[in-house]
Design a protein around this ligand. Sequence first.
Ligand SMILES: [Zn+2]
Length: 350
Amino acid sequence: MPADEAGVRALGVEGKQYFLTSDKWGKSLWLKEGVWSASVPLASMHIPGKRLLLTITVDGMQAREKSPAVLKDVTVELEFLHEGKVIKRLTERGPDGPTVGFRVADDELGPKDTPTPAFVRDTKGLLDYAKERLRFMQTLPWASRPLPKRFAIVTDCFGYKPGSGFAVRTANKEVLLTELESVRELGVNGLRQTPDFVFDLIKEKKGIGKDLSRIRIAIGVGYPVPIWNAHKNLASGCPYNPAMRGYEEKEKAQILATLAYVEQQAPADEIWLLEVDEIPSVFDWAPESKSHQSTCPYCRAAFHEFLRRQGLTLADFGAKRWEDVRSTYGYWSKSYAETVAAAASAAPSS
Ligand SMILES: [Zn+2]
């Protein structure tokens, strides 16, 4: 970098015409093709208790603008130095895009971060790392025995994209295909999230795709209720709100269309729709969050109805009125409407 301010200005716009060089995690490093960058201490990338999976994305000079010049067929070379001597050199390719990955065996460094033979042996590109794992799976004593066909076993397997960004670890399909072979060795016979080219393999019953059509999990249509936001819709997160009446009919068409799309994308013997990720509660959409189930008169009434259908009576709860029978979650909480009303009556009149 130029030492003076005028020199820096002459470079142009930071992040566009040039990137600041830094050895900090997640920061950009300005690289010139065919020229080694300055070395970066491995310790600066170490996350305690975690193995380092290093992802490098090579942006073109204009790649951050709206029409990114995404690089393809990128080759990244890494050199590991100790006391000025090269102890390992790696080359990893991204045939379809600018992202490559490396497994850096920093968990196998010796005292004071000195390299060990294990560090040198186990530090490798993502493709070799994936191949090594597959070899391990294939040489297990029971590897020759049949893999599950009738039980449906499903997982996510992604990390490939012909680009860069969130959850992208490689732009090499071979890495993902190798991972899928390992996943199959674990018994998996269906997928949820995976790159489109894998769905194509499933659809065309090609390669590993032949073994991955026992089951499929896809994203469904989600909760039918509105989510609490600036519109302050009191039906938010409330499945029993009168405004929700008849929602099943309205959703049916949407669900059928979603199923048809999933089936067309990659058919499977069995398809499950995941309505919401990471197991939340419909009440999380309400202003009171999960306490909604206790504070909302509609949801309480539905709860009472549910209890009565189970043949339960007030005596089973030692209660005199149904009004006192509530879900324990938020039993003492106030609804949003009650809180607003209380604040209004407490406000000094002018
Ligand atoms: Zn409700």
